[in-house]
Design a protein around this ligand. Structure first.
Ligand code: GLN
Length: 429
């Protein structure tokens, strides 16, 4: 985390004043950390990229305005995969984030610094963003709680966009209770984000008794680490022992989720990243003519993974291939959405793993992007369907925490959080 002491102390003084006046909220004076793709006025916002290394945000993101209104104390910004593109935290231009549980391993990405900061007690909570798993993956790898809200539940105004139809901001916290408090503070309609909805999160209480939990059979077929499977199956068994009804469900189209996500996300990213041309924002290299400025600024400013995604995205959107790739992927996205809609006719929540493997070794998969993408198998479909999902720690393999993923229907964060709360408090796991 890059800490701005002066900035943090000024907020702490403001929080002291609020507390002295008696007008304070749940987050007043509580230190937090912000993923470095969320704009905080007058603070640097790098998005983990060389192209924005010296970029200073001209305004506050809506989530930041809301945290300020609560009297939060932002300590600084956290490391991330460049433009949030990655699952391990190794794609940052400023180096990989180490996992506090084992420093030879990754913290999970792309909100790697947010997960690590909370796990290492550097901050009480952090904000992350999740386009295809980037809140849940680091939460799982670092043994903390991460909530990816329903698409539209939290304003994206002031979030440097990756893939706009998938991006959501959410909390990474030490407990389920904390996730509720932070989510309540940042969610709701924002006139600056047309996709945000009028949504007033109310805490609710549910028990595990009679709760219908779906377990997708496709998620336990191949590629999952045996120990991870054991921990997840064990937590499902314990929920059953506590009175939940477990039902095997099928999500037949999720086998295409990765292929679909890795067309849609890069396509949207290629459009969003066009603005970084060496003129409007950040790094500007000198050139002989305008094209030369573009080529040099982008060429030196973007890292390999970002370039790879821009190339895939522009290819998929090119007139000759649009129908074969982008349009097809949008059709598959509808099928995935329908699979979940069908499942939620029968069950209240879905339980499954977050990642097929525990935190990987730093450098283990960097030479093989496809094997990196495979780790997103359980997370991306949630974003394609716009659903809310939470990761919470339910076990360990050696020193490495393993997260359970709880997926709910649209705007059912209260059901997810209430269930996670029971699991956490009753320590049935
Ligand atoms: N790991 C996924 C990717 O690389 C998800 C990233 C995210 O959620 N921002 O695209």
């Amino acid at each position: 985390m890059s800490v701005n002491e002066e900035f943090a102390l000024a907020q702490a003084e403001e929080a002291d004043r609020k507390i002295a006046s008696g007008d304070f909220g749940m987050l007043t004076g509580i230190p937090c950390a912000i993923k470095d793709n969320i704009l905080v006025q007058d603070q640097k916002c790098t998005a983990g990229s060389k192209i924005l290394e010296n970029y200073v945000a001209p305004y506050d993101a809506t989530v930041i305005k809301r945290l300020r209104a609560e009297g939060a104390v932002m300590l600084g910004k956290t490391n991330l995969d460049e433009f949030a593109m990655g699952g391990s935290g190794e794609n940052s231009a400023f180096g990989p984030t180490k996992n506090p549980h084992d420093k030879t391993r990754v913290a999970g990405g792309s909100s790697s610094g947010s997960g690590a900061a909370v796990a290492a007690n550097e901050a009480c909570y952090a904000l992350g963003s999740d386009t295809g798993g980037s809140i849940r993956m680091p939460a799982s790898n670092c043994g903390v709680v991460g909530l990816k809200p329903t698409y539209g539940a939290v304003s994206r105004y002031g979030l440097i966009p990756f893939a706009s139809s998938l991006d959501q901001i959410g909390p990474i916290t030490k407990s389920v209770e904390d996730a509720k408090v932070v989510f309540k503070a940042i969610s709701g309609k924002d006139p600056m984000d047309a996709t945000s909805v009028d949504y007033n999160f109310e805490d609710s209480k549910v028990g595990l008794k009679g709760l219908k939990i779906g377990v997708p059979k496709e998620y336990f077929v191949k590629g999952i680490d045996k120990e991870v499977e054991k921990i997840i199956r064990n937590s499902i068994k314990k929920a059953e022992n506590a009175g939940a009804e477990i039902e095997e469900i099928t999500l037949p189209s999720v086998e295409f989720a990765l292929a679909c996500y890795y067309i849609i996300a890069p396509s949207e990213a290629s459009a969003n990243l066009a603005r970084f041309d060496g003129i409007k924002y950040g790094l500007s290299e000198k050139g002989n003519n305008l094209l030369d400025v573009y080529l040099k600024s982008k060429g030196h400013g973007f890292g390999d993974e970002v370039k790879r995604r821009i190339m895939i995205g522009t290819y998929a959107l090119s007139s000759g291939y649009y129908d074969a790739y982008y349009k097809k992927a949008q059709e598959v996205r509808q099928l995935i959405k329908q699979d979940f809609a069908k499942a939620f006719e029968k069950v209240d929540l879905i339980f499954c793993p977050v990642s097929p493997v525990p935190a990987i070794k730093i450098g283990e998969r960097t030479a093989d992007p496809l094997s990196m993408y495979l780790m997103d198998i359980y997370t991306v479909s949630v974003n394609l369907a716009g659903l809310p999902a939470l990761s919470m720690p339910v076990g360990k393999i050696g020193d490495l925490p393993i997260g359970l993923q709880i997926i709910g229907n649209h705007f059912q964060e209260n059901k997810i959080l209430a269930t996670a709360s029971v699991i956490e408090k009753a320590q049935v796991f």
